[in-house]
Design a protein around this ligand. Structure first.
Ligand code: ADQ
Length: 468
């Protein structure tokens, strides 16, 4: 069996399912694959060092070998807080208005990717499969090829790929995509992002895309495909059946005191549409006063990326908005929004999801969105809740039986909340059954195996000696 080398910005070998923090199914699935393939997980340690040394910190964590490097202050500033989170993240989520285009960010991004390439190269043996993750590391494949690496190298992008008309606002956009065309496989979350990428390659670079998904450009052949990610269904269900989950369920049910709970769970990020969600809920409260007193919105949103100003801004805006809505509607024995900034374990989240009649998942743009799938998985089959899902999340393609909404329209989302709260049990069961099937069958293990199989595929960019 080929060894697997996983490269991502950060390395996170999962702890037990009931521990605190946002340990996702992705980390669990990758760690399991690494154990099976005797591989290595490489990334940034999260630590800052005075001067970059490239020293590799090799460790064995819960049966997985990890290798990490420290980065300098300037690296973190320009690569992580800069190009990754101030340039690519907003642009790829269609927020040109929030995108910052600083040359120093681009230079820092390439410098760190070169540093990653220097550190990863000596770890890789000739038959290893190399699997790179996400927008932090788009050009890494090219830099590994520059160091003579002929292995199969794949990239999976966890976030959307923007339409060409937006993407071309990025200075040196051709260079970034040309670098990406040194992979053997590029995976996207959904057909929509794949189509945008292919459109760019054809229109801006003059490449060709065949029906089987092969992209050809300048003598290179790359397989570009959609690989929709899922949750670790078995692992999540085990967490959902734990005592911790049952206690969390009881805790929320009893504190809701007979009211129906609407739940939102998101990293505090402008792409998740939280400001618009609060506005929609406000609209629902105002326009359906008879239903309003019977519900409560629980919004769980742990802060993220607090070194980036936009994230501080959104936090302030949300606090004001929650305060305003609660001020306008609350009564002595009822507060319409419970706005919570802490993280919970998956087991606790599973209990909260199950105790909630409505899952409100309304990102303005999202590569996939795993919260939507977790909400579906956690429901009681006899009395499931209703998922309200943004049509702009990758997950909308698989969860077509959710109430699909335009998250920009507070009227539409407000009406959907009202519809969900009054939906008869038979309809809830019918919709849920169709959704849970895809959540169960298209889980993270299937996703991972599908990608690894594609990555193993026939050699495309190997040199003739190795291909023989
Ligand atoms: P994210 O933008 O982080 O991921 P998402 O897919 O929703 O978004 O995954 C979040 C994960 O964190 C979920 O497993 C959720 O349970 C967990 N989480 C969120 N809030 C939490 C809290 N308060 N406490 C504990 N856990 C919490 C990126 C892309 C997505 C894509 C994923 C996976 O932006 O589009 O689906 O990667 O590829």
């Amino acid at each position: 069996m080929n060894r697997l080398i996983v490269v991502s910005n950060r390395v996170s070998v999962p702890k037990a399912a009931d521990s605190k923090g946002a340990q996702g199914g992705l980390a669990v699935a990758l760690a399991a694959a690494l154990r099976e393939h005797r591989g290595i997980w490489f990334g940034w340690s999260g630590n800052e060092t005075e001067t970059f040394t490239g020293h590799l910190n090799m460790q064995r964590q819960h049966g997985v070998t990890t290798a990490t490097i420290d980065l300098e202050h300037q690296d973190i500033d320009e690569y992580y807080n800069g190009y990754a989170n101030r340039t690519l993240w907003p642009l790829f989520h269609y927020r040109v208005d929030l995108t910052e285009y600083e040359r120093s960010f681009g230079a820092g991004y390439e410098r760190v990717n070169q540093r990653f390439a220097d550190s990863v190269t000596p770890l890789v043996e000739p038959d290893d499969l190399v699997w790179i993750h996400d927008y932090h590391l788009l050009p890494l494949g090219k830099f590994l090829r520059d160091r003579g690496m002929n292995n199969r190298i794949g990239l999976f992008l966890h976030i959307p790929w923007p339409p060409t008309r937006l993407f071309v606002s990025l200075p040196f956009h051709e260079r970034l995509v040309e670098h990406m065309l040194h992979y053997d496989v590029i995976g996207f979350q959904s057909r929509e992002w794949l189509e945008s990428f292919n459109h760019y390659v054809e229109k801006e670079l003059g490449g060709t895309v065949s029906d089987d998904g092969t992209v050809e450009w300048n003598g290179r052949r790359v397989v570009a495909r959609a690989f929709p990610i899922g949750i670790d269904y078995a692992e999540f269900m085990a967490a959902a059946e734990s005592d911790i989950a049952k206690r969390a369920f009881e805790r929320l049910k009893s504190s809701a005191d007979g009211k129906k709970v609407i739940i939102g769970v998101d990293r505090l990020d402008y792409s998740k549409g939280l400001v618009e969600r609060f506005e929609s809920y406000h609209r629902f409260l105002t326009e359906h006063p008879e239903a309003a007193k019977d519900v409560v919105l629980l919004q769980i949103a742990p802060p993220s990326r607090e070194d980036v100003n936009t994230y501080q801004d959104i936090r302030n805006t949300l606090e004001q908005s929650a305060g305003h809505i609660n001020g306008a509607h609350a009564d002595v024995d009822w507060v319409p929004i419970r706005y919570v900034n802490q993280g919970y374990s998956r087991a606790e989240l599973a209990g909260f999801y199950r105790a909630s009649r409505v899952g409100l998942v309304t990102p303005l743009r999202d590569g996939m969105n795993l919260v939507a799938k977790e909400y579906v998985a956690a429901q009681d089959p006899e009395d499931p809740g209703v998922l309200i899902l943004s049509r702009f999340a990758g997950a909308a393609l698989q969860l077509a039986e959710a109430l699909l909404v335009n998250p920009h329209s507070s009227e539409e989302v407000g009406d959907a909340i009202n519809t969900a709260l009054s939906m008869p049990r038979e309809e809830r069961i019918r919709r849920w059954q169709s959704m849970v099937q895809s959540v169960r069958d298209e889980d993270v293990i299937a996703w991972r195996d599908d990608f690894v199989t594609a990555l193993k595929g026939p050699p495309a960019n190997a040199n003739p000696r190795q291909a023989a």
